[in-house]
Write a protein that binds this ligand. Structure first.
Ligand SMILES: Nc1ncnc2c1ncn2[C@@H]1O[C@H](COP(=O)(O)OP(=O)(O)OP(=O)(O)O)[C@@H](O)[C@H]1O
Ligand SMILES: [Mg+2]
Length: 198
């Protein structure tokens, strides 16, 4: 019997996560989902955590992200996997380590512990990191309206990018050069995900 697959896509702004996650989910009849905010409760949490006009401490930001994730895991991801359907998530726990840990400076060990509380045993079968430089981000960004993270300076995004790369090495993720053409990125990802037990 094949097990359901839980695949997570990670990366900084406009690295191509949503494009690839939706495509892979459709190809494997998996549920496409995203964080933060893909539940009724999550939509409210997303509003506050992304609203650049609402001052927020790094720890508060982390805990809202983890609240969204805890609810998302229990109300969407786990029930879907338990029913035998695979799940592809656009961002998951690695985003919190990268953004609130490496980006904001919240203690990584504490974040990992809190993350364990939020997700329980629900860990991805595979995490795919789409890595792009900030130069690529600048070229691709097509809007001026900025959320709390987009409004951060270059050094913040560079810390998040480097954090992702460090985590990818430590935790054995699949890293893809997101600066390649959309078709080339898709080809590299498809080659890897074809080996998963969909
Ligand atoms: N490999 C690629 N080459 C060029 N453009 C791309 C590539 N992948 C995605 N794009 C384009 O870049 C933009 C951002 O892509 P996408 O929304 O998939 O990124 P994202 O990582 O989900 O971004 P966000 O973090 O803002 O949600 C879109 O306009 C998309 O069409
Ligand atoms: Mg996206």
């Amino acid at each position: 019997m094949t097990r359901a697959v839980f695949l997570a896509f990670e990366g900084i702004d406009v690295s191509g996560k949503s494009t690839q996650a939706r495509r892979v989910a459709a190809a494997h009849d998996a549920l496409f989902t995203f964080e933060p905010g893909d539940t009724p409760l999550g939509r409210d949490l997303r509003h506050w955590v992304l609203d650049a006009a609402t001052p927020m401490e790094p720890e508060t930001e982390a805990l809202i992200m983890l609240s969204d994730r805890s609810h998302h895991v229990r109300s969407v991801i786990e029930p879907t996997l338990t029913a035998g359907r695979s799940v592809v998530s656009d961002r998951f726990f690695a985003s919190t380590l990268a953004y609130q840990g490496y980006g904001r400076g919240v203690d990584l060990a504490l974040l990992r512990a809190a993350s364990d509380l939020a997700i329980g045993a629900c860990v991805p079968t595979l995490t795919i990191l789409l890595d792009v430089s900030l130069g690529v981000v600048n070229e691709r960004r097509d809007h001026d309206q900025k959320d709390r993270f987009e409004a951060e300076d270059l050094s913040f995004h560079e810390r998040v990018r480097q954090g992702y790369l460090e985590l990818a090495q430590d935790d054995g993720w699949f890293v893809v050069d997101g600066a390649m053409s959309e078709g080339e990125v898709a080809r590299v990802i498809d080659e890897r995900v074809a080996r998963l037990p969909w």
